[in-house]
Ligand binder design. Structure first.
Ligand code: F6P
Length: 544
């Protein structure tokens, strides 16, 4: 079977190579001269140091051979050429087209879609600017001071992450709020802060049928009508969707509808009008810089040789760690508080994309795919979960991410953060041996018996792989580059694993079941479809 990764000659060679390398500790690999030069790459203002992975020059050569055998170059071309890379939904994945006009015409089903994309972007940016400057007024003539983005998943995570990351570029004139969760807590918290006359709601939903978003949007609409009346809805609600009829029904004015296309996946959509809240927060010039950063990465991805190609290298190292070194999760550890939602954003990007159990042709995979992504700002993590990372039994990989120029005015403090980043990456890699612990305790004058008793507790096994990604600074352009870097990394991983990263059938089962459970919870005569605890929940709910 062409899609059988296990039969790829480079894969078999990598397995033998992994066995041969298994006795070598990362601390020994780090002693090799020239290691940083061999295992780091810079593109513009982004530097990737992947030297703290359990790799040698042979590993890298074999991984690159694997990329060749898995037809990564051809698949990159297919992606950019607009071929149907999402076979189960019979669609291309053209989110790159949203980042700016490529030089050749972009043909989809025979039509050049560049003009449509540009026209839609300009309309979206015009509205964003009008809100920022105060030219756009609410129904009573008041200036818009609050924007509430109602959306979930790809209609929330990317734009929240970007707006938080670009805090320094935000206008103080308009406050952005987010409502995603169905339970109503965010909505309740937001609606006490937003005077209706000064608030614009963005209903962000590619499909416009997402239950959570529909409930939140309808509740916001009802609240709004209670404040200003139905006639004002058209002025205070805008929407981004592919679903015209649903927007009709909701009462979204024609000029306040922004188009999406079915060839943009939700988790790849912040570059489109789904990013309207980003554009309002940072302005059109910065939004264009964000797109330019993504474009710069695309150009690099498309043209750089595999051995110098940042997304390819990140993907290959991740596959090596997961499939051949046994890591079971990937920690995302930014050392800049502005990136505090980056891990949450990457969770959807990577886990919804590559969390698949069958190959593109529907065969069950015989190798692990997808990666459990998790993370927090690294410095905070040091004082909570890093204990487990250093001395627990979990096998993980980590990405440390930081701008060198910090996002706060406290440059000295940011430098302390960077020192921590370096120290943690080194400690993960090198660990701390029993001999070192014994010597330390002896030097402190501990009795031999005490040294023997305590030293094992001070051992850090080390040998934990990590990447360090540094940006010169965190700005719209570098953020665009960073986001696109991970998008394309995910694509390369999917090519190696032979899976479709652009569908997400796995989210559907639970969605359908939730409708049934809701009916059962509301029913006077629930059936056995409601599990026992559901009966208790129903009872308690009726009591309250
Ligand atoms: O349930 C998952 C999902 O379909 C994501 O893929 C998507 O980003 C999210 O829901 C929101 O979808 P929509 O933008 O259509 O409301």
């Amino acid at each position: 079977m062409a899609d059988d990764l296990l039969q790829a000659p480079a894969w078999k060679a990598l397995q033998r190579h992994a066995t041969a390398l298994s006795g070598t500790h990362l601390r020994d690999l780090l002693e090799q001269p020239g290691r940083f030069a061999a295992f780091s790459r810079q593109q513009g203002d982004c530097l990737l140091d992947f030297s703290r992975n359990r790799i040698t020059a042979d590993t890298l050569n074999l991984l690159i051979a694997l990329a060749g055998e898995r037809e990564v170059p051809g698949r990159i071309e297919a992606l950019f050429a607009g071929e149907v890379v999402n076979g189960t939904e019979n669609r291309p994945a053209q989110h790159m087209a949203l980042r700016g006009p490529p030089s050749p015409p972009l043909l989809l089903k025979g039509a050049d879609i560049r003009l449509e994309i540009e026209a839609e972007r300009e309309r979206m940016l015009d509205l964003a600017e009008a809100i920022r400057t105060g030219e756009y007024r609410g129904a009573t003539g008041e200036r818009i001071r609050h924007v509430v983005n109602i959306g979930i998943g790809g209609s929330d995570l990317g734009l929240v992450m970007a707006i938080e990351a670009l805090h320094e570029f935000r206008t103080p004139e308009v406050q952005i709020h987010y409502v995603s969760n169905v339970d109503g807590t965010q909505l309740a918290d937001v609606l006490v802060q937003t005077p209706a006359a000064a608030t614009l709601f963005i209903v962000c939903s590619k499909t416009f049928v997402t239950w959570e978003t529909a409930l939140n949007a309808n509740a916001a609409r009802t609240w709004f009508i209670g404040q200003l009346g139905e006639a004002a809805v058209a002025r205070h609600f805008v929407a981004v969707s592919v679903n015209g009829p649903a927007m009709d029904k909701f009462g979204i004015a024609e000029e306040h509808r922004f188009r999406m296309w079915d060839w943009v996946g939700g988790r790849y959509s912040l570059w489109s009008s789904i990013g309207l809240a980003i554009a309002i927060a940072i302005g059109s010039e910065h939004f264009r810089a964000l797109l330019a950063g993504g474009r710069e990465l695309d150009e690099h991805f498309r043209t750089a040789p595999l051995a110098d190609n940042l997304p390819v290298l990140l993907a290959l190292v991740a596959v090596w760690n997961q499939n051949l070194q046994g890591t079971t999760s990937q920690a995302i550890l930014p050392y800049d508080g502005r990136l505090h939602r980056f891990a949450a954003y990457l969770q959807q990007l990577e886990m919804e994309s590559n969390g698949k159990g069958v190959t593109r042709d529907g065969q069950p995979v015989q190798w692990s795919t997808g990666t459990v992504i998790w993370g927090e700002p690294g410095n905070n993590g040091q004082h909570s979960f890093f204990q487990l990372l250093h001395q627990g039994t979990a096998s993980f990989a980590a990405d440390f991410i930081a701008p060198v120029e910090g996002s706060s005015p406290y440059a000295d403090q940011h430098l302390v953060g960077l020192a921590n980043l370096l120290a943690q990456a080194e400690a993960f890699a090198r660990g701390y041996t029993l001999e070192a612990a014994q010597a330390e305790l002896t030097a402190k004058g501990k009795a031999p018996a005490e040294v023997t008793r305590i030293a094992p507790h001070k051992v850090h096994p080390g040998n934990h792989p990590s990447n360090i990604l540094v940006l010169r600074r965190l700005d719209p352009r570098s953020l665009g580059f960073l986001i696109a870097l991970y998008e394309q990394k995910v694509y390369v991983q999917s090519c190696i694993w032979g899976i479709n990263p652009f569908d997400q059938w796995g989210v559907e089962l639970g969605k359908g079941m939730a409708v049934g459970m809701h009916d059962e919870l509301q029913s006077a005569t629930p059936t056995s479809a409601l599990p026992p605890i559901g009966h208790v929940i129903r009872q308690w709910s009726n009591d309250s």
